[in-house]
Design a binder for this molecule. Structure first.
Ligand code: GLU
Length: 291
């Protein structure tokens, strides 16, 4: 018998809001309907923005909501060496390259091209793609710059990665609470360009640590917001490159604020702590998110 495993994976860089509540409660509901495990993962690789206070807030808010998760909680900041090992493999296979352009360099490069009348391609979030000029730097030149301490990020060579895979990639999206209505979605990681997989100071990125942890924790069902739908393409590619199993996904509707905009961690009035302080009950929260 195979066990099904769901996970809720918040980042402790702000307070949980109604969108997180919906995601956590939906994970719990779907997991309990199929008698699956529900894990909690703390995605705290960004050690400058994540704080122990926000992490404590996550546990407090989830307990208050009535979400139960299995111990131990995986904290990504305790596993940098595992991410480094995967990164080293991608480096050895020439699937990543050190990218030296700063944000300012990138902006200048792109505005120069745009001034000359060329529309620069953008990723699904509207961010201009990385110009990828470092890809052609001779190896000696790269090594010298690194040895001199030049700042860089490891970027995925998406063209090389797709050539390595050599076939079309798909992911499974399930759509109903019985987990049975599924669609196969064509993954287009190239739409994101050469994404960052690690920085010099942090040997991982959101994409790299998510795919490794989902595999390591035996996650079979990823339930998360629609805002991460397109990102799944990059994660699907990494799973293939690293020989990892791939979960099925359900990207749920987003909860919008009273102004019709996506909730952010700075919108205090939709924060769970503020709502609780104003007298809301867990039942009110469920109603507010439509569960
Ligand atoms: N840590 C991510 C976030 O808080 C979610 C990652 C995921 O569910 O794949 O937005």
């Amino acid at each position: 018998m195979t066990f099904l495993t769901f996970r809720f994976a918040p980042s402790p860089n702000g307070e949980l809001h109604l969108g997180h509540a919906y995601s956590a409660l939906l994970n719990q509901q779907l997991a309990s309907e199929v008698d699956a495990h529900l894990l909690l993962r703390i995605e705290d690789i960004d050690t400058t923005r994540c704080t122990p206070e926000f992490e404590a807030g996550i546990y407090r808010d989830l307990e208050w909501l009535g979400v139960d998760w299995e111990e131990p909680v995986r904290r990504q900041s305790e596993h940098f060496s595992a991410y480094q090992t995967a990164l080293d493999r991608l480096i050895a296979e020439n699937l990543v390259y050190p990218a030296f352009m700063s944000r300012g360099d990138i902006r200048a490069f792109i505005s120069d091209r745009e001034r000359r009348g060329r529309d620069w391609p953008r990723d699904p979030d509207g961010v201009p793609l990385y110009p990828a000029v470092d890809k052609t730097l001779p190896r000696e030149e790269r090594d010298i710059r690194i040895a001199q301490g030049a700042p860089f990020a490891w970027r995925l060579d998406v063209a090389a990665a797709l050539a390595r895979i050599g076939s079309d990639l798909f992911w499974t999206e399930f759509e109903d609470t019985t987990l049975s209505a599924t669609r196969s979605i064509a993954a287009r990681p190239q739409d994101w360009g050469d994404v960052i997989l690690a920085r010099r100071d942090i040997p991982t990125s959101y994409h790299l640590s998510v795919v490794l942890d989902d595999a390591l924790q035996g996650v079979t069902h990823v339930v998360r917001g629609m805002d991460l739908f397109q990102a799944t393409a990059v994660q699907r590619l990494l799973q293939e490159l690293l020989g990892l199993p791939h979960p099925a996904y359900f990207h749920h509707r987003l909860i919008f604020g009273p102004d019709g905009r996506k909730l952010s961690k700075s919108l205090k009035d939709t924060g769970l702590t503020a709502l609780r302080a104003a007298g809301a009950t867990p039942q009110d929260i469920r109603r507010m998110v439509g569960l």
